[in-house]
Design a protein around this ligand. Structure first.
Ligand code: ZN
Length: 108
């Protein structure tokens, strides 16, 4: 189901609306000021990355918090990349432990 975004021509604010049928688009008004002078804009999108892409982009040289992208679950990725950079091989048990921790199974 598409959710479109519209920019209000009067107040410049963005309104999001679920459009199930093309004729519903004509009924969309600005949710901030009520004006119907709006235009559809191109929404921002998110690209999903593979784990190897995320590892390649991970900064392990700065402070540890900087490379976590605000998500503490990334500490496992940070540990994987850092051990690889240091040439430390902790075997498959590290990967298994990290994967279990990231999925929450370590608490089971
Ligand atoms: Zn408006």
């Amino acid at each position: 189901m598409p959710i479109y975004e519209y920019e209000c021509m009067a107040c410049d604010k963005i309104t999001s609306s679920l459009i199930l049928k093309p004729e519903e688009e004509a009924l969309v008004c600005c949710e901030h000021c009520g004006e119907n002078g709006i235009k559809r804009i191109i929404s921002r999108c998110t690209a999903h990355k593979t784990e190897s892409q995320r590892l390649n982009n991970f900064n392990t040289q700065g402070h540890a918090d900087e490379g976590l992208n605000g998500d503490p679950r990334n500490v496992g990725l940070w540990a994987k990349k850092r051990t690889k950079e240091l040439g430390v091989d902790l075997g498959s048990t590290l990967d298994e432990s990290i994967d279990r921790a990231r999925s929450g199974k370590v608490l089971d």
